[in-house]
Design a protein around this ligand. Structure first.
Ligand code: F6R
Length: 242
């Protein structure tokens, strides 16, 4: 088991490579289950995928499962991950929003919402999971120190992550402190995993994630134990690989 690493010329090329992989999965299995990340990194993937749909790829039968969702935002908030995925994935691909599954932040009992999502995603069985990576090595919102076996759960965002995500909010005090996230154990059950990382702020996390041994201090390092995983990087994110 080892991580396949591909270094593309730039973020757009990295996005195209992963969109190619998604298209291959969908052509092979039109009702595939695909796990999707939010944030800046996957945007080139979703743009390239929209181009493929314009050129005839049929993605209407795919089920899409979000990695995570904030807790504590107002309903229909534009900062929610449901809104993000509807805007950057579902609408450009012309898909029915009912195909998108997101952990439910409106449940009065977030632990129950997490358990329900875990059951739903395990029953669906993810064929391909798309990931970004945080500067501190998080995947989903599994921050450093999270146990490797954890299922979907309610989690707290680290201060590093709240600072990094403040760019999406009018004021940094509005960044939620909690979320629901697929756990590391959940992510590891996907049949295949593709991680995209671009830019210099990801170089340390990529170096740590790929250096054995896998260690919960860098949550993404658990991916060393998966049998079908690829990191698609730009030269800046790959700069500290040894
Ligand atoms: C997003 C997610 C996070 C991001 C990570 C990187 O759904 O779960 O792990 O992938 O924080 O975010 P960007 O791509 O904005 O740097």
């Amino acid at each position: 088991m080892s991580i396949d690493i591909v270094i593309s010329d730039n973020a757009d090329e990295a996005g195209k490579l992963i969109a190619d992989e998604i298209a291959t999965v969908i052509r092979r299995k039109p009702n595939a289950v695909i796990g999707v990340a939010t944030g800046s990194s996957p945007l080139p993937i979703y743009r390239a995928l929209a181009d493929k749909v314009s050129s005839g790829l049929n993605a209407t039968e795919v089920s899409w499962f979000a990695l995570d969702e904030y807790l504590g935002l107002p309903p229909r908030s534009e900062q929610s991950y449901r809104y993000f995925l509807e805007r950057h994935l579902i609408a450009p691909l012309g898909l029915d929003p009912k195909r998108l599954h997101v952990p439910d932040p409106s449940d009065a009992d977030p632990d129950r919402a997490a358990q329900r999502y875990e059951t739903e995603i395990l029953q669906a069985q993810v064929d391909l999971q798309i990931l970004g990576i945080g500067r501190n090595g998080h995947i989903g919102f599994n921050e450093p120190g999270t146990p490797f076996s954890i299922p979907t759960h309610r989690a707290s965002l680290s201060e590093t992550t709240r600072k990094a995500n403040a760019r999406f909010f009018h004021d940094s005090s509005e960044v939620p402190r909690e979320c629901l996230t697929q756990g590391l154990g959940t992510i590891m059950r996907a049949r295949r995993i593709e991680l995209i990382a671009t830019g210099p702020t990801k170089a340390d996390a990529i170096a740590r994630a790929t250096a054995p041994p896998a260690d919960p201090k860098c949550p993404a390092s658990i991916l060393q134990r998966h049998n079908s995983v690829r990191f698609v990087l730009d030269p800046l994110a790959a700069a500290k690989l040894t």
